[in-house]
Design a protein around this ligand. Structure first.
Ligand SMILES: Cc1cc2nc3c(=O)[nH]c(=O)nc-3n(C[C@H](O)[C@H](O)[C@H](O)COP(=O)(O)OP(=O)(O)OC[C@H]3O[C@@H](n4cnc5c(N)ncnc54)[C@H](O)[C@@H]3O)c2cc1C
Length: 389
């Protein structure tokens, strides 16, 4: 990817800008915080505009754009519509294991409608005893004839109340002891599925996170995604891709706050001169601009590594891209709150919402400590193998 600003002269930027204007995404983003709900009309409209599943193959309804163009589109969506609509655009990406390893019937019934914005598919990995440590997943999927019977609890999951179906990750007894997680596509209205609303979140409230309990929930073998015990092998590439793309979203959201703050401090006078004349105001903003740009370049480089013959290197770089982008974005938005003064801290301006929403990025899709751990393992394993980290 080239420099952060201006964005490349790519038609996808105009496409996203026009959809954001038409759907009034900036206003809706603010409304979703005050009145948390899943934005079905906008989801469907984004699907109709071809903005869901941008990187996915045409055979499953995607646009198959190169990742650096998808990053540009997500950056722009984040800039204009906050984290909400950019993350919605990535929702099919989060479920791409279904497109790649689900049966053709499941893909037709759930994945294509997801890309059209007509059906919502959640991702249920986390459990009360298994978050970062996905190896501790305990939800049991016991074989019974040509069915599986699911028992266990998923927690902290987005769209707990809204998803029509979810990719549910569980353990089939007897398969690959010590590993071997299997994924199932489970309709959320099946007998034995109980959805429990969460207590409300700091940000990203529209995701309406909560708990989903499974008690003797029967699914047919055709609901299984790929082979038993293989889910995390499938998901590894998807995770690296989604982390690199999430980085672009956080940078877009923060760039909006940065632009607004640069304009504001150039005009707001205190002590007889513009705030931008104060080095203690101007210099943090200079640093923030450079940090966003550095994270953007790193993000582009990390995305370019995906699909090369060194997936471990790509995974380490996209993990770091996300961790760096979230840190740069939070620092930038914090300065936006600060330099807008009393109004910056209020809900009259979008900065506090953006900060709360982006803050989830230090936990969701891999806590920053875990991501840095991935990069650390890569450095020292390469040093051990080649003497050169
Ligand atoms: C907005 C949001 C949306 C989410 N959506 C979903 C969803 O749709 N589906 C889903 O399955 N889950 C979802 N989650 C849950 C999320 O994936 C987990 O919260 C996350 O993986 C961390 O797991 P945990 O909460 O159990 O924390 P733990 O694993 O208990 O970790 C707690 C903290 O300990 C530290 N830590 C943990 N492990 C290490 C380590 N190895 N090294 C150093 N420090 C470590 C980190 O600071 C971490 O934040 C969502 C979370 C959020 C905030």
């Amino acid at each position: 990817m080239s420099s952060l600003w201006p964005l490349p002269d790519d038609p996808i930027v105009a496409e996203v800008s026009s959809a954001a204007r038409r759907l009034d995404l900036g206003r809706r983003y603010r409304e979703l915080d005050r009145r948390p709900e899943f934005p079905y009309p906008e989801f469907k409209a984004l699907g109709a505009a071809g903005l869901l599943g941008l990187s996915l193959p045409a055979e499953v309804g995607g646009r198959h754009l190169p990742l650096h163009r998808v990053a540009v589109a997500l950056f722009r969506l984040g800039y204009l519509g906050g984290t909400a609509f950019a993350k919605l655009a990535l929702q099919p990406e989060f479920a791409s294991v279904l497109a790649e390893h689900g049966s053709p019937a499941l893909v037709d019934a759930w994945f294509r409608p997801l890309v059209r914005g007509e059906r919502l598919v959640g991702n249920q990995i986390t459990e009360p005893g298994a978050g970062s440590d996905v190896g501790a997943i305990a939800l049991e999927a016991r074989r019974s004839g040509d069915e599986y019977v699911l028992n266990g609890t998923k927690s902290e999951v987005a769209f707990a109340e809204d998803a029509g179906a979810a990719l549910v990750y569980g353990r089939v007894p007897g398969v690959a002891p010590g590993g071997g997680i299997t994924a199932f596509l489970v309709e959320q209205d099946r007998p034995g599925v109980r959805r429990v609303a969460g207590g409300g979140d700091l940000g990203e409230r529209w995701q309406r996170r909560g708990r989903v309990e499974y008690e003797d929930v029967r699914v047919t073998a055709s609901a299984r995604i790929g082979e038993e015990g293989s889910a995390f092998r499938y998901v590894r590439g998807e995770l690296a891709r989604e982390r690199g793309l999430l980085a672009a979203i956080y940078l877009g959201v923060a760039r909006a706050s940065w632009d607004e703050t640069v304009a504001y401090v150039g005009e707001r006078a205190a002590f007889g001169r513009p705030l931008s004349d104060q080095p203690s105001v101007a210099i943090p903003l200079v640093d923030d601009g450079a940090a966003l740009e550095s994270a953007w370049l790193f993000c582009g480089q990390a995305l370019d590594r995906l699909g090369t013959d060194d997936p471990a290197d790509a995974a380490a770089r996209t993990a770091m891209a996300k961790a760096m982008a979230v840190d740069a974005a939070l620092r930038t938005i914090d300065h936006a709150i600060q330099f807008h003064g009393g109004r910056g801290y209020s809900q009259a301006l979008p900065h506090e919402q953006r900060w709360r929403d982006v803050r989830s990025g230090r936990i969701a899709h891999g806590p920053s400590e875990v991501l840095r751990g991935i990069a650390a393992r890569r450095i020292w394993s390469r040093r051990a193998a080649t003497g050169n980290p």
